[in-house]
Design a protein around this ligand. Structure first.
Ligand code: GLA
Length: 378
């Protein structure tokens, strides 16, 4: 090899080593919300097959993440092994990769995970190396039993230990912090290598849980979101059956206004057409994935009617007209909410329809627990 070739190779490898992850909020699927402990190798392969063929992968859902309950015993050298539900993690990762998808796993800094499987306590570097050798692209790291071996104030160094361990593998691995929003995690997560951090306790598949997490619990956190670093109001419940279509459209719209990770939490092998249309609305996904990476916020509230806005890379805004009440109501966004005047072009992202140029404001009837989501041009 000539010196130039060697230099070029070194540069390219260096580039790969320091590749940025999570430049936009991660999108994919996670096993927990629907499967809980009933997830195994066969299911994950079928999920990957479905995502590659039903349009999800092409719409941006690329991470296939196994949550808790894959972990087995450690071998004599202390290497973590999967349990009998997952005979060969490397082969599974290879399979997921062969479908053009990425592969994620879950662990805890404590001795046990929340479901009482083996955690990474005192094996952090070793586990990071194992994950990298398997071809893992994403780690969710859940506090759980760490509370029995550490003080709350030790969260930062504990998370940094795994953040550093992942970095030193040289493999780009998304690092997802899960400690339920304690200790103002949004202030320090990026410094310990976190790409996203849960801001709350667990979501449930019902209106009250979803709307409380999305409308109330993210308030004031918008300034902490940026490319590479995202607030995480938890995974999606869309398609799990205990909310209405309007409520799931609100879930998808609100998470996209919040620049939240979009991790489908349903059985994507068998989805209704309505669930598919919600999860794969590309115009709404484009808001979530907007390159500017600015998280939206509530601009105004009138009783149960709320107007949320999110600035976009093209100079326009995404606008969500949300109705949290029991009756349908008219909701209005005023261009002064955007610090704008005059006429602006409006597109309805669920109707997939242009609404023409609107002067000073735009109003729409919004069904109970529903949303009208707009893209307004500068
Ligand atoms: C915690 C997390 C959940 C899930 C479970 C798994 O409750 O917050 O998202 O990972 O543990 O046991």
């Amino acid at each position: 090899m000539t010196t130039n070739r060697i230099l070029l190779t070194a540069l390219l490898c260096g580039g790969a080593l320091f590749a940025q992850v999570a430049e936009t909020p991660p999108m994919g699927w996670n096993s927990w919300n629907f499967f809980r402990n009933k997830v195994d190798d066969k299911t994950v392969r079928e999920i990957a097959d479905a995502m590659a063929s039903n349009g999800m992968r092409d719409a941006g859902y690329v991470y296939v993440n196994i949550d808790d309950t894959w972990e087995g015993e450690r071998d004599a050298q202390g290497n973590i092994q999967s349990n009998s539900k997952f005979p060969d993690m490397k082969a599974l990762a290879d399979y997921v990769h062969s479908k053009g998808l990425k592969f994620g796993v879950y662990s805890s800094p404590g001795p046990k995970t929340c479901a009482r499987f083996e955690g990474s306590y005192q094996h952090e570097e070793q586990d990071a190396r194992t994950y990298a050798a398997w071809g893992v692209d994403y780690l969710k790291y859940d506090w759980c039993s760490a509370r029995t071996v550490y003080q709350a104030g030790e969260m930062q160094p504990v998370y940094k230990k795994m953040g550093d361990a992942l970095k030193s593998t040289g493999r780009p691995i998304v690092f997802s912090l899960c400690q339920y929003g304690r200790e103002n995690v949004w202030e320090w997560a990026p410094a310990v290598g976190g790409n996203l951090w849960r801001t709350t306790g667990d979501i449930r598949d019902n209106w009250q849980s979803m709307s409380d997490l999305g409308f109330e619990k993210q308030k004031g956190l918008e300034k902490y979101a940026a490319p590479g670093h995202w607030n995480d109001p938890d995974m999606l419940e869309i398609g799990n059956g205990h909310m209405t279509g309007d409520e799931y459209r609100t879930h998808m719209s609100l998470w996209s206004m919040l620049a939240a990770p979009l991790l489908a939490g349903n059985d994507v092998r068998s989805m209704s057409d309505e669930t598919k249309a919600i999860l794969m609305n590309r115009e709404v996904i484009a808001i979530d994935q907007d390159k500017l990476g600015k998280q939206g916020w509530r601009a105004s509230k009138d009783g149960d009617g709320e107007v949320w806005i999110r600035p976009l890379a093209d100079g326009g805004y995404a606008v969500g007209l949300f109705n949290r009440g029991a009756e349908s109501r008219k909701i209005t966004v005023k261009w002064t909410d955007l610090k704008w005047k005059g006429k602006h072009k409006v597109r309805d992202l669920w109707a997939h329809a242009d609404r023409g140029k609107s002067k000073d404001e735009f109003s729409s009837d919004v069904p109970s627990h529903g949303v009208v989501m707009l893209r307004v041009a500068k």
